[in-house]
Each structure stands twice: as structure tokens, then as C-alpha cells.
Design a protein around this ligand. Structure first.
Ligand code: MOS
Length: 725
């Protein structure tokens, strides 16, 4: 049986508040935590079958060209080498998740330096690595274009938007800001490098891998191999971070599958850290021009946001930089511009809140420039420009918490201690400053199916191909099902990351917990109705708690009520909830920095993030997501930057030693406040996605604080010391 949602109006049942155990929202520990910290949770490359051979990918050493062949014979003579392979399928370099098919980018040939183009397989990893180094590629190099500004930008019509007359508004404005910022390419830099192990049984392929969205990944892999998706099973029970880089299947999966087929034995392919940096999705660099037209009171009359980004030829994805600009602030006159250059640089894809994380950041820098010019307090300026309906579409907001986030943050942070005069607070050699920024991220519901089975022994089993990429899916699904079925958490077992289970939405775009949680909720709700039927009661009159069912003065053990499994599949899809509202999550970032007046070094001293994302399903994992986002914001502000060699576009700093993510010593006390919110339009849980909210705008709070500390406005991220001095 299936349980399907149809929600025409806001769902105000507030159902989970009236269940008996109070598990939803509690900061439950991860049920998978013990396995992870004791090293017994098997990640993609740790569950190696008997007889597995090792494959090592070989990278293109030109930015553009055609691979004619490889010199197989030279490496097949080397010890342990089993195969050397290349061909068009290696060049089909599956990119974005959600596509269902392997995108054809690169099929014409080599599209960027570092692109995987061949595979060498050997008995051991060391033998394969050695042979990969020795392999000669026969390449016809072509002239590539690696500089977006020289390549030039296209402006696809569908991505431009205009409303009113921005030029006029800029001319008439009491204060007009017209500034251009740049942000560099970023790498997701997940802790677990990409890896896949392929094993065939006749026509059936089993792939252990590290991916975020298995339902799509299965289709993409089948498409790349030219086989039926039914013949592909992907297993990813544990994923060591993704941040966008594992949304789609990647070259190692295709290569492992092809090699395992050819050799008729299991083959594993793990990327080195350098290969991860060169060959998995980067976030595009951006140049962003922001125009703000304000009247004498500081009210915005116009906003312009033009984004210049890049990707490979034919790639559909382009960083949606301006995603939140149409609705975050008021203003009648608007221009949204989206301009894309086609370059021979590593494929650009989703990285850590694609769009808002760099788009809101730059917009929030421009807002700080406006605040400074008008002399209006930055928090006040935002408060006075919060629209009461979506200023672009005219739709109402489902719920709106930006004002509450701003005022809560202002009070908790001690914003009144900030001296608005830049460069005016000094302690010894350190210049002290405070900055803030709004946070905003769109909320998305994605199709999800979850099977919940109530077993005759009174325990429950929960199955979906949904992943847990460190985000807390195991915990959240356990909580929802335990609460709805009145079971102790330990009597609910959640099985994830297996395409044999009903397809979930995958982990991406902050939609995971709400979408998959809703499907689980619907399944449990139906199970409760089945139980009510059995005792001829009304479901609303049942109390399920601690494995007991109470109704009308009677109490029975749940296990005694059922003699056979009750199995229900919950299903939700976009369109099931109201789409005539604008749904978004909001927050506010506050940062205090100390900038060394002699060296230009910035130390972030403290940060506060206040966030609202509807009902918080697990306060511990939600807080952790926000801490992670703020930490990445710190990296974006101060250190993270992929550097492309201007000659051939290749990524020069391609490891964690040269690409600087914040480490423990860089990260100060971070405080997170989660506001109490319900969004009755979002889904029956009344929750929204929180995974990516924490990074959106975070870097701007820091660079705005640097301006307050020093009077230096860094418009070219990251704000390294040379730019601050
Ligand atoms: Mo995300 S960057 O949609 O994994």
C-alpha cells in the first residue's frame, strides 16, 4: 500500500506536536555515530570484495584536444598490469546530478586539463599507479580557451529578467551603489575522496560508491554504460561528505564498471586528492555587478544583479548566483543578468549552496556599502527593506523570519558595541571590527519514497535509497518513525543508500530531510490508521507510546496487535504542496574580526548565526549543519581559492595543503541560534531545508567586519592579507 500526500492548503495539523514521545526536534544522537567513530562504518572503498583489482585514472595533460589512442603495450608489460583502457565512454564525463543521463560534455574530446581520459588496472594500487604514470597518451592538442573574459559571455534570454526602469531609479536615487565583486572557483573538498568499486554478476552490476543522489546516479551510470537501469544497483550507506561534488556519478564509477566488465572481476577506482580537485565539480568563479538605488530614507527603489560565470561548452548547469535576489529585498525596479562564458576549465557544478552562497554574499557586501554611504545602521537598513510580498512575482511568503533573525542576532551579539566609524577601534596591533549579513536560501521539496514496515515483533524497519552524507538522515528518519509509531528509537532500524530500496530524493539542495521525512511521516500515518482499524477506533484517539497502544481506556502492546507485517510506502512529490507562495529560509550572520595592522592578517574572533527553517527536526544535527556552513563561510571570506593557471586553466593548488579550508585554529567560538518557526505551507512536518542556509551570506559578515575594522573594502574574494593591507 502507498500513502500519498495531497496538500492543497497549508497543513496546520501541527501533528507532530501532539504525538506522545516528544522525539521530533530533540537533539538525538546519530544512530550511525558509534559505527563511524569506531571505524566500523564501511565507506565506499572500505568494503572491498575478494579479488578486487585496482584501477587508476589517467588525466588529460592538455586543456583541449582529441585523444586518439593510448600506448597500451608499453604498460601491459609492467608488473601486475591487467588492462589499459580508453574510449568515448571515459570521455563522457558525467556531471550534474538530477540529469538521469550522463551528460555528453567532453564526448567530443578533451575539454579541460586534468580530465580523466583513460584507466590502468593492475593487481595492486601501487602497480596501477606506476603504470598510469608511464602511460603515453596520443593526443592531438587544440587551442583551448581558459580565460572567461577572453572567451566572452553569452546572455541566454531565459536567464535575464527586468522589471521597471533600473537606470532611471539609479539616476533618481538619493544614494546609488554600483559595485563589482569577484569570487574565485571553489572545490567542495569533501573529506572522503571519490571512489567506486564495481562488481558484475552476469548482467547485473553492483557499484559501491560515494554519491549523494542514488536514484539519479543509477540512471546516469546505466546511461553511460548503455544498459538498463534495472541492471544497476548502487550501494552508498555512508558518504563522507559531498557538498555537491557527489550529486552525479563521476568518472571513477564509469571506469570501474567498464573495467570490471572487461576483466570479469571486481575493480575499484579511488581518486587521489589531486584528482578530486582537478576532476570533480568546481564552483564557477564569478564577477558580480550589484546596483542599489535608495531614496533619502534608505528604502531601495531598485536592485540590479549581474552575474558573470563560466562552464564547459554544452554544460547545462550554470551557477544560479542571483537566485535569492528577486525576493530578498523590496524595490520596484529590477534587473537580473546571467552571463556565461565557455571555457576549458574543470567542469563547473553545484558546490555548497550553489547560487546563494556567493550571490547573497556579494549582495550583502553591497548592502553594507549602501549602509555606510547612507549612514544607516546595517541591521536597520535590512529591516526597512524587507518586502511584505515577493516583489518580483507578487506572491505572498509562506512564512518570513528575516526580521526576527536580524533583531535576535543584533541583541545576542551585542551589535550596539560596534563603532560605525571604520578603523576606529584598535587594541595594540589589532584593528577590531564587526560586520553582519542576511542569510537566505530557497526551500525545495523533492520527490521521495520511503517504505516503512511494522514487524510482528513490534519493531519497525525503514527503507529508502536516500543517503546520509554526514547530515543526519539516519537520526531524523529514526526520530520521525519512532515518534509516529510510539516506539523507542532503538526499535526503529533505518536502512539507507541502496537503490534496491524505494527511491528517495538524495542529499542536495537542502531538500533531503524535509522530503524524505515527509514520505516517512505519510507511511507512518497510514500505519496508524491501519492499527486504528484493527481495534475499531479512530486514529486520532490512539496514543502510541513506548511500544504500547492506548485507546478508549484500553491499553495493548503494539506487538500483540499485529500478526503480520504492515508495509506502507510513503510518497511525496513537488506539486503536492502549495506552489502559490514563496518559500524560503532566512537567517542573519554576525562576525567580529581582528585585523593585524602590521601584517594584514585577519582573525575571526567570534561569529553568531541566527537561522529559521521551519520546524527543526533534530536540533543537534541542524546546529551542526549551520556550524559547517559558517565555517565554510569563513573559508570563503579569507582563504579558499582555486587557482587556474592562465596558460592552460589547470588547477594549481589541487590539494588540502594548498587549497586552504579553515582548520580548528582558524575557527573561533561559533554560536548558532535556531528560531522557533513552523511553515505550514512547506509539508506536514512544517519543516524547511537547513543544510545550506549557514553558508549563504556568511562570508559577507566577515568582509563587512574587515571594512569596519580597517576601512578597506575588499571586493575580490578571498580577503587575503595582501588585499587588506
Ligand atoms: Mo548541494 S551543493 O546541492 O550538494
Amino acid at each position: 500500500m502507498t500513502a500519498h500526500l495531497k496538500m492543497d492548503k497549508p497543513d496546520t495539523r501541527n501533528r507532530l506536536d501532539h504525538t506522545a514521545q516528544g522525539l521530533i526536534g530533540a537533539g538525538m544522537d546519530r544512530p550511525d555515530g558509534k559505527a563511524k567513530v569506531t571505524g566500523t562504518a564501511a565507506y565506499a572503498f572500505e568494503d572491498q570484495p575478494e579479488g578486487m583489482a585496482h584501477g587508476v585514472l589517467v588525466r588529460a595533460n592538455v586543456a583541449k584536444g582529441r585523444l586518439n589512442d593510448i600506448d597500451r603495450d608499453s604498460v601491459l608489460r609492467l608488473p601486475g598490469v591487467l588492462a589499459a583502457m580508453c574510449g568515448p565512454r571515459f570521455l563522457r564525463n558525467p556531471a550534474q546530478g538530477g540529469a538521469n543521463e550522463a551528460p555528453v560534455q567532453g564526448s567530443e574530446g578533451i575539454a579541460y586539463l586534468g580530465q580523466p581520459v583513460a584507466l590502468v588496472v593492475a593487481e595492486t594500487f601501487e602497480q596501477a599507479r606506476h603504470a598510469a604514470h608511464m602511460l603515453t597518451l596520443q593526443i592531438d592538442a587544440q587551442e583551448g580557451q581558459t580565460d572567461p573574459d577572453i572567451a566572452g559571455y553569452e546572455s541566454p534570454d531565459a536567464k535575464q529578467a527586468q522589471q521597471g526602469d533600473l537606470d532611471r531609479a539609479m539616476k533618481d536615487a538619493a544614494t546609488a551603489i554600483d559595485v563589482t565583486y569577484t569570487t574565485p572557483s571553489h572545490n567542495s573538498a569533501a573529506m572522503e575522496p571519490h571512489a567506486a568499486i564495481a562488481e558484475w554478476d552476469q548482467d547485473m552490476l553492483t557499484l559501491r560508491g560515494s554519491y549523494q543522489m542514488l536514484k539519479y546516479n543509477r540512471n546516469e551510470l546505466a546511461d553511460a554504460l548503455g544498459i538498463d537501469p534495472k541492471c544497476v544497483r548502487i550501494l552508498a550507506p555512508y558518504v563522507g561528505g559531498g557538498f555537491g561534488s557527489k550529486l552525479g556519478i563521476a568518472p571513477e564509477a564509469v571506469a570501474a564498471a567498464l573495467a570490471a566488465h572487461e576483466l570479469n572481476r571486481p575493480v575499484g577506482v579511488a581518486l587521489t586528492r589531486q584528482q578530486v580537485f582537478e576532476g570533480t565539480m568546481r564552483r564557477s568563479e564569478s564577477r558580480q555587478r550589484v546596483r542599489l538605488a535608495a531614496d533619502a530614507s534608505g528604502k531601495l527603489q531598485g536592485i540590479g544583479h549581474d552575474a558573470y560565470i563560466s562552464n564547459l561548452t554544452d554544460e547545462v548547469f550554470s551557477e544560479p548566483v542571483t537566485q535569492a535576489t528577486p525576493f530578498i529585498y523590496a524595490g520596484e525596479n529590477r534587473v537580473i543578468g546571467h552571463h556565461i562564458a565557455r571555457v576549458n576549465r574543470t567542469c563547473a557544478g553545484s558546490v555548497r549552496a550553489p547560487g546563494e552562497s556567493i550571490g547573497v554574499t556579494v549582495l550583502e557586501n553591497a548592502m553594507d556599502e549602501l549602509a555606510h554611504q547612507t549612514g544607516i545602521d546595517p541591521v536597520e537598513l535590512r529591516l526597512m527593506n524587507i518586502p511584505d510580498k515577493n516583489p518580483t512575482s507578487g506572491l505572498p511568503f509562506s512564512s518570513h523570519t528575516l526580521a526576527e533573525a536580524l533583531t535576535t542576532g543584533r541583541d545576542r551579539f551585542g551589535w550596539d558595541q560596534r563603532n560605525p566609524q571604520p578603523g576606529s577601534t584598535r587594541k595594540g596591533d589589532w584593528l577590531i571590527g564587526m560586520g553582519m549579513a542576511s542569510a537566505v536560501r530557497v526551500n525545495i521539496l523533492s520527490e521521495a519514497r520511503v517504505r516503512v514496515t511494522l514487524m510482528p515483533d513490534g519493531t519497525a524497519r525503514v527503507q529508502t535509497d536516500m543517503t546520509d552524507i554526514g547530515t543526519g538522515t539516519y537520526a531524523i528518519l529514526t526520530q520521525i518513525c519512532a515518534e509516529m509509531l510510539g516506539l523507542p528509537e532503538t526499535d526503529v532500524s533505518v536502512s539507507l543508500g541502496d537503490t534496491d530500496h524505494p527511491p528517495g530524493p538524495g542529499s542536495g539542495g537542502s531538500w533531503g530531510a524535509s522530503s524524505v521525512g515527509t514520505a516517512a511521516f505519510l507511511a507512518c500515518e497510514k500505519i496508524r490508521r491501519e492499527l486504528a482499524k484493527k481495534v475499531d477506533a479512530d486514529e486520532a484517539d490512539l496514543t502510541l507510546k513506548d511500544g504500547m497502544v492506548s485507546y478508549a481506556n484500553r491499553q495493548v502492546r503494539l506487538a500483540d496487535m499485529i500478526d503480520e507485517e504492515i508495509e506502507i510506502e510513503g510518497h511525496v512529490e513537488p506539486g503536492d504542496t502549495s506552489d502559490d507562495v514563496t518559500q524560503s529560509t532566512y537567517g542573519a550572520h554576525f562576525a567580529e574580526v581582528a585585523v593585524n595592522a602590521v601584517t594584514g592578517e585577519t582573525r575571526v574572533q567570534r561569529m553568531l548565526g541566527v537561522f529559521a527553517a521551519g520546524r527543526i527536526l533534530n536540533h543537534k544535527t541542524a546546529r551542526s549543519q549551520c556550524l559547517g556552513g559558517m565555517t565554510f563561510g569563513l573559508g570563503m571570506a579569507l582563504t579558499e581559492e582555486l587557482m587556474h593557471d592562465p596558460r592552460d586553466g589547470h588547477i594549481v593548488n589541487r590539494d588540502l595543503a594548498e587549497y586552504h579550508l579553515p582548520v580548528n585554529l582558524d575557527v573561533p567560538q561559533l554560536d548558532v541560534v535556531l528560531l522557533d518557526e513552523r511553515d505550514a505551507y512547506a509539508n506536514p512536518l512544517q519543516s524547511k531545508g537547513i543544510g545550506e542556509l549557514g553558508i549563504c551570506g556568511a562570508a559577507a559578515a566577515i568582509t563587512n567586519a574587515i571594512f569596519n575594522a580597517t576601512g578597506v573594502r575588499v571586493r575580490d574574494y578571498p580577503a587575503t592579507l595582501d588585499k587588506v593591507l
